[in-house]
Design a protein around this ligand. Structure first.
Ligand code: GDP
Ligand code: IMO
Ligand code: MG
Length: 429
């Protein structure tokens, strides 16, 4: 049995897509368990770039099955667009390659409207969401008013739910948020039209996975976002509305925790964050700009410039505990080449006092001053390196420090966006 969960350990965009694509070679199935099209996972294969928002990053292998679990919130329009793009690229996305859980909640036009209107109302205090309707969709799920994929197979139920929901949403939109009301008719028509194309994909994902596990298949769980965007464990309220931590892989697809064999945490060699919220090691100087430019740090979903800073090991250590990390993959190490010195945040100070844990209070978090260990940088371009012993000694020292302080062994080092730009240190299967 070899079922691996891949999670982000920071604030997203750690390079999960690249690593999932890489590990798919040795897996049979890839399944998403949370988040929605707020995710943007970038793969570079044979010189071509693909960005996936909903479809699991295993889809480029012709013989692997991809599944979207019940924990994912699905915008059907985005899913169909993504499928169409793949078909254009001559990649098979027929139902034997892709399944959608009947229990997955659907993102509706009113969720997007609410997301935008709420952010606008917050003004300066905005979260900086992706505007995809993620939060409002998860709200409806918890409020038990959500619309699920299975409802697309029962048009009368679907229509009834949309009408009932719009009564409340339109009240909120027009009376509280200064936004326009939406009409049920066009929404129902558009969704039921999309239903015709999606129906063959809608299935019981839990059952499908259970059969696969019993047949000895290997399953890869593809996390979205990052541990510090987790609605429970992240920098609340500057978080997303789901649980990106490994523990939610089970609930998000419908399997038991005894089926998971390894949790792989993806750690970018520095830190980035899109949107608002505390970020202790943020660099608002020329070094930050250097990393941003060299790392092409623009959001894969919204195109926003990502905030950049030094690697925060308080954050990574927290993630080791919160996810039960078995190993970590360091990504984008190549981006740090050319820096005279590199800093590693090993703790915080709050008003002169040493702190080892990220405080839950956002106000206290804003007061955290990073405590750095300074390390020598390296000049050499390392993007062609494929073995650890070929790395400059400074780069190896940096990796050793990350392993030592985080307490988690490194299994993979990524030195470029392409599948082959990878140093495999240990087999995670
Ligand atoms: P994800 O959301 O965690 O899948 O990450 P994104 O795809 O949003 O962002 C990671 C970006 O870094 C993408 O553009 C990748 O192609 C790129 N990338 C991944 N690994 C590496 C690496 O080791 N080096 C470089 N230079 N780029 C990488
Ligand atoms: P991947 O899977 C980086 C951030 C948004 C915002 C906050 C809430 O590519 O790593 P939301 O739209 O989810 O309600 O926004 O979460 N965010 C991400 N940041 N990578 C992501 O996904 C993200 N998904 C959401 O920028 O700060
Ligand atoms: Mg991303």
């Amino acid at each position: 049995m070899s079922n691996i969960v891949v999670v982000g350990t920071q604030w997203g965009d750690e390079g999960k897509g690249k690593v999932v694509d890489l590990l798919t070679a040795k897996s049979d199935m890839v399944v998403r368990f949370q988040g929605g099209n707020n995710a943007g996972h970038t793969l570079v294969v044979e010189g071509r770039q693909f960005i996936f928002h909903l479809i699991p990053s295993g889809i480029l292998y012709p013989d692997k099955k991809c599944l979207i679990g019940n924990g994912v919130v699905v915008d059907p329009e985005v899913l169909l667009e993504e499928m169409a793009k793949l078909e254009d690229a001559r990649i098979d996305v027929t139902p034997h390659r892709l399944s959608l859980s009947e229990k997955a909640h659907l993102i509706m036009p009113y969720h997007r409207e609410l997301d935008h209107a709420r952010e606008a109302r917050k003004g300066k205090a905005m979260i900086g969401t992706t505007g995809r309707g993620i939060g409002p969709c998860y709200e409806d799920k918890a409020a038990r008013t959500g619309v699920r994929a299975v409802d697309l197979t029962e048009p009368d139920v679907f229509e009834e739910k949309v009408k009932a929901n719009l009564e409340e949403k339109n009240f909120l939109l027009t009376r509280f948020l200064n936004a326009k009301a939406l009409e049920a008719g066009p929404i129902v028509d558009a969704y039921l039209k999309m239903a015709e194309r999606l129906k063959p994909y809608i299935t019981d994902v839990s059952l499908e996975l259970d059969r696969a596990v019993k047949a000895g298949r290997r399953i890869l769980f593809e996390g979205a976002q990052g541990t510090h965007l987790d609605v429970d464990h992240g920098t609340y309220p500057f978080v997303t509305s789901s649980n990106p931590v490994a523990g939610s892989a089970c609930a998000g697809v419908g399997i038991g925790p005894n089926q998971l064999t390894h949790v792989l945490g993806i750690v970018k060699a520095y830190t980035t964050r899109v949107g608002a919220g505390p970020f202790a090691t943020e660099l608002l100087d020329a070094t930050g700009d250097y990393i941003q430019e060299k790392g092409h740090e623009f959001g894969a979903t919204t195109g926003r410039r990502r905030r950049c800073g030094w690697l925060d090991l308080v954050v990574v250590k927290d993630s080791a505990r919160l996810n039960g990390l078995g190993s970590i993959a360091i990504t984008k190490l190549d981006v740090l080449a050319g820096l005279e010195t590199i800093k590693l945040c090993v703790g915080y100070q709050v008003q002169g006092e040493a702190v080892e844990q990220r405080p839950a209070s956002v106000r206290k978090m804003a007061l955290c001053q990073p405590v750095y260990r300074e390390m020598a940088g390296w000049r050499e371009d390392i993007s062609g390196v494929r073995r650890l012993d070929q790395l400059p000694s400074e780069a190896r020292a940096y990796l050793n420090a990350i392993e030592e302080i985080s307490g988690v062994p490194i299994s993979i080092v990524s030195v470029g966006p392409a599948r082959e730009a990878t140093i495999v240190v240990k087999d995670v299967f």
